[in-house]
Design a binder for this molecule. Structure first.
Ligand code: BEZ
Ligand code: FE
Length: 300
């Protein structure tokens, strides 16, 4: 259906103008800008697609269902933002890629505060099933100086594609934190990442299904690096050669974060002499460069 008459176009234009004017007196200039731009784009979208009443109702039902499934542990609206690329676009705009600093990506819903501390070379798997992986790297600032004492939070799914919190039995595995040494270096054992789906048993999952999209995320290992005076970095590393790198459900992949996980056959000596009882393992290097904290008047 298209707009048939000038009169119709005028009626629709008038409504947009009236709604824009209703926000004219917003005291906070930023809120005013956000609301008026939202009105312009929302109405432009509705008019472009000539939204039907049934479609409008469907959208309301969808948002209602998203609200109903959302709890303290399940945030369907963030998932919705993720699958529209809105989460990644917010990150792109607020964490400009500069001066070789490590790029950021989505935090995802599975970070949990209060992870156990492990020593350098410790094992964050805590018995989670999967192939062991030796992870090592150095954290530097943008001048190239090593940063000692950086807190690294690391978390990942097991080989079944599940995070510990998804088992619902309260056990902790596949997550930990550790600190870089005097040279800014770190090492730990984790698991070779494997692909897994985002939670897809709710409205967002139905949206993906209806649009022929996969809920799978490219295999990854999450990192959060924090150090005084430096900007906190939330990121992942991805596995070179993974088939899903080009179709990650939440658009989280950045080329600079794709790393070579070198596969080691069973029996290959491990860097720290750990006995893996005949299991194969992998190793990866991830050097992290943290940016300075932004000045208080700037968001990047
Ligand atoms: C994850 O990395 O675990 C994740 C990220 C975004 C949405 C769902 C899951
Ligand atoms: Fe994840």
């Amino acid at each position: 259906m298209t707009v048939t008459t000038d009169r119709q176009r005028q009626v629709e234009d008038e409504l947009v103008k009236t709604v824009l004017a209703s926000f004219e007196g917003t005291p906070d200039p930023r809120l005013k800008q956000l609301m008026q731009a939202l009105v312009r784009h929302l109405h432009a979208f509705m008019r472009e697609v000539r939204l039907t009443e049934a479609e409008w109702q469907h959208a309301i039902d969808f948002l209602t269902a998203a609200g109903h499934i959302t709890t303290g542990n399940r945030q369907e609206f963030i998932l919705l933002s993720d699958v529209f690329g809105a989460s990644m676009q917010t990150i792109n705009m607020n964490h400009e890629a500069t001066a070789g600093a490590t790029e950021a990506t989505v935090v995802g819903p599975f970070f949990v505060d209060g992870s156990p501390e492990i020593p350098l070379g410790g094992d964050m798997a805590f018995g989670a099933p999967g192939e062991p992986c030796w992870i090592e790297g150095t954290v530097t600032d943008t001048d190239g100086a090593p940063v000692p004492g950086v807190r690294l939070e690391v978390w990942e799914a097991d080989k079944e594609g599940l995070y510990d919190v998804q088992y619902g039995d309260g056990h902790t595995a596949g997550r930990a934190h550790l600190y870089t040494d005097d040279q800014g270096s770190y090492t730990f054992w984790g698991l070779t990442p494997t692909p897994y789906p985002i939670p897809h048993d709710g409205p967002v999952g139905r949206l993906l299904e209806a649009t022929g999209r996969s809920p799978l995320r490219a295999s990854h290992l999450h990192f959060m690096a924090t150090a005084p005076g430096l900007r906190t970095l939330v990121t992942h590393i991805f596995v070179e050669g993974d088939q899903l790198l080009d179709c990650d459900a939440v658009f989280g992949v950045k080329e600079s974060l794709v790393k070579r996980f070198e596969r080691q056959t069973a029996g290959t000596p491990t860097p720290d002499g750990r006995d893996l009882s005949g299991q194969s393992w992998s190793r990866v290097r991830f050097d992290i460069m943290l940016r300075p904290q932004p000045s208080p008047d700037r968001s990047t």
